[in-house]
Write a protein that binds this ligand. Structure first.
Ligand SMILES: Cc1ncc(C[n+]2csc(CCOP(=O)(O)OP(=O)(O)O)c2C)c(N)n1
Ligand SMILES: [Mg+2]
Length: 430
């Protein structure tokens, strides 16, 4: 029998469901002796100023321990793992490694062109008052699409911020369908149906990061293979949620890939006012996890970095923080005027490294892309978008639907508002 106190510096969890979660590379034995270890909740320590503190303690061989709620075993401090310094990850293509393949790169480009084309159409529709606020994807395509292509859609989760949906096509047509409902203000746009492993848009900055860690931890508890990949911006990294989630992910060794999309701006806040750190990837050191910096305009490098992080997570190696460096080529949203704060020369330089053009040029040189392919992809993209808009428009939307989902049952005030709203509706023509 191993006593928690004898477990050295490892942090581990008893699942309470007949297994033990490996944390910090330790897999502990599953199965009990039937005998009681007698240490339940019995570890106490004296702390100056706090007095005696009882720690919840479980062991890995006692049935009673294993049937308790999951709890953290108290341990001495865990030293940071070696190799947790930020690495810059360059594309390994051209050397002995060809991940992703040329064929995969072409599929990635199709999704990138599709996303850019649809984003442009949505921008125009917003200007015509047909849809709500739009956050253009321009400049983000290589990072989002390539990262998603490195995932297994049957098992891995994508937890987006708000700029990603048009680039998540690989997860199925439902993403676009639901995004159009969302853009029309339909509550159904806030739910992505099973079995699609994508969470809906998140506007409240940073709040999706703990969700991703929770999902990843949940998969470990259920012995499900898979990882959770979460996107968030440079601006969102200033939220407490980022630090809390990153810390918890490190402690739990959760299979999560945290992708910080550093597009240099949080609306009008430039990145040098966002952090004094050398890089966002460096923040991984505080979580005790590897930090990787990658050129987010290089689809192959992003794919490779996510592929590596995913494989390590699946092998029990825990989380990775990836910073993908890009430049926001458009406005923050349709509610923004970037000409008031983006230096034109910076934008011009960034446009010369447009990720869609970069990959397009590469595949043209290989004879795998041409004007015909570009035009056909754009035409299909617009057709798909128009169809999704039509479907969304013809989905019934009750006048008071915006009040649904606030509470399980209307509060008195909400009920009043609902009846005022319904009474003030224009009468239907007879
Ligand atoms: C908690 C919270 N605070 C403030 C905002 C307002 N807000 C919306 S987007 C944004 C900037 C986000 O920047 P970043 O995370 O870098 O993402 P980007 O838009 O650049 O992709 C801010 C401050 C918000 N949505 N949520
Ligand atoms: Mg940003």
């Amino acid at each position: 029998m191993s006593h928690p106190g004898e477990a050295g510096h490892a942090v581990f969890l008893s699942t309470g469901i007949g297994g033990v979660i490996p944390v910090n590379h330790r897999r502990l034995p599953v199965g009990g002796t039937g005998a009681c270890c007698g240490v339940h909740n019995s570890e106490a320590r004296q702390f100056p100023g706090l007095g005696r503190v009882d720690f919840p303690v479980t062991c890995d061989t006692c049935d009673r321990c294993r049937s308790t709620t999951p709890r953290l075993v108290s341990t001495p401090s865990t030293p940071l793992r070696s190799g947790s310094h930020t690495r810059v990850r360059h594309s390994r293509r051209g050397g002995p490694v060809s991940i992703p393949s040329d064929a995969q790169l072409r599929e990635i480009l199709v999704d990138m062109v599709t996303a850019r084309t649809q984003s442009g159409r949505l921008w125009n529709m917003q200007r015509q008052g047909q849809v709500g606020t739009v956050a253009p994807i321009d400049g983000h395509e290589a990072t989002i699409v390539a990262a998603t292509h490195a995932l297994d859609t049957d098992h891995d989760w994508v937890v987006p911020q708000y700029r990603e949906p048009l680039a998540l096509r690989r997860y199925g047509p439902e993403i676009l369908e639901r995004f159009m409902l969302y853009s029309l203000g339909h509550p159904a746009g806030g739910h992505i149906p099973d079995p699609i492993r994508v969470l809906p848009n998140q506007i409240s900055l940073g709040t999706q990061i703990p969700h991703a860690v929770g999902i990843a931890w949940g998969m470990v508890l259920r012995s499900e293979p898979g990882v959770a990949l979460v996107f968030f911006g440079d601006g969102s990294s200033s939220e407490g949620d980022f630090y809390e989630a990153g810390n918890l992910a490190g402690v739990l060794n959760a299979p999560v890939v945290m992708v910080c999309v550093n597009n240099q701006w949080a609306i009008s806040t430039p990145v040098h006012l966002q952090t004094a750190a050398e890089s966002f990837a460096d923040k991984a050191a505080g979580f005790g996890i590897p930090g990787v910096k990658v050129d987010g305009n290089d689809a192959a490098a992003v794919y490779d970095a996510v592929d590596e992080a995913r494989k390590r997570a699946l092998a029990g190696g825990g989380p990775t923080l990836i910073e993908a460096t890009i430049y926001r080529l458009g406005a923050h949203t349709t509610a923004d005027d970037p000409t008031r704060y983006v230096p034109p020369e910076d934008l011009e330089a960034a446009r010369r490294d447009d990720p869609v053009l970069r990959l397009g040029t590469h595949l043209r040189e290989l004879g795998m892309w041409d004007d015909g392919a570009q035009q056909e992809t754009e035409a299909v993209a617009l057709e798909l978008l128009d169809r999704a808009v039509e479907a969304a428009r013809s989905t019934p939307l009750a006048a008071d639907a915006l009040l649904d989902h606030c509470f399980a049952a209307d509060t008195q005030r909400l009920a009043q508002q609902r009846s005022h709203l319904l009474a003030s509706r224009p009468t239907e023509p007879q």
